[in-house]
Write a protein that binds this ligand. Structure first.
Ligand code: C5P
Length: 222
């Protein structure tokens, strides 16, 4: 059994992909399964936290003892998160939020009228950055970063830009890491330094992430 070292903390986790509708039958999405975020939610709940999971995944069963909010688009996820973010002690943003959505959503199924078609896209709101830049004293924020090149530099940059305390740099290049699989290879980046974790189950990665967040919590004065 886990130690109940997160008792009394309100924790929010985002997970899974988002779906951006194009018309009544089509949408844009990505390869996220939601596993990393679900494991973060499960581990925090077992450690005694009150957990809210905002998820765009429909591949996984709702974890027990967790408040689960199902969302579809990036805007839905933004609305669900910002409605409760001020009540949270710690937030972990594991969702693979779509960066763009179709500029218009057609009410009718779009017909194939020509051999070529161009789709206009528009930016979605950055949920982590919005919450990070309005962070309350004592609140701790964890983000994830997936890149195919210059992973550590980009992740460090993102951590600063989005005002996250911890950035989990997620290898896409290495065997056993990333989408769909039950294991992951993560490098933890914080003010305390850079720590590369070995290949671990996503559940064990989630433990390490909350361990790191709790150690930052005890170093801060709240
Ligand atoms: O900038 P990038 O998408 O690489 O940042 C990834 C981090 O930001 C992840 O933690 C992801 O959940 C979060 N994010 C977000 N809202 C967005 C885009 C990314 O919360 N629209």
């Amino acid at each position: 059994a886990e130690q109940k070292d997160m008792t009394g903390f309100n924790v929010l986790v985002t997970a899974g992909p988002t779906r951006e509708s194009l018309d009544p039958v089509r949408y844009l999405t990505n390869h996220s399964s939601g596993k990393m975020g679900y494991e973060l939610a499960v581990n925090a709940a077992r450690r005694g936290a009150h957990v809210t999971l905002v998820t765009g995944s429909d591949q996984l069963p709702d974890p027990p003892f967790v408040d689960v909010i199902h969302v579809e688009s990036a805007q839905d996820m933004f609305d669900a998160v910002t409605a409760v973010s001020h009540q949270q002690d710690m937030l972990a943003f594991a969702a693979a939020v779509a960066d763009y959505r179709p500029a218009t959503v057609s009410q009718q199924k779009i017909k194939k009228t020509s051999d070529h078609s161009v789709l206009e896209l528009t930016r979605t709101p950055d949920i982590l950055q919005t919450v990070g830049l309005s962070k309350k004293p004592g609140q701790l924020i964890c983000g994830f970063s997936m890149e195919t090149q210059d992973l550590l530099d980009h992740s460090q940059e993102k951590r600063k830009k989005k005002n996250a305390d911890l950035m989990c740099a997620n290898s896409l290049r290495e065997e056993g890491a990333g989408f769909g699989v039950d294991t992951n290879i993560i490098t933890l980046i914080s003010d305390q330094g850079v720590e590369k974790l070995p290949l671990l189950s996503k559940y064990d990665v989630s433990r390490k992430i909350w361990d790191a967040m709790l150690s930052m919590k005890s170093h801060s004065n709240s």
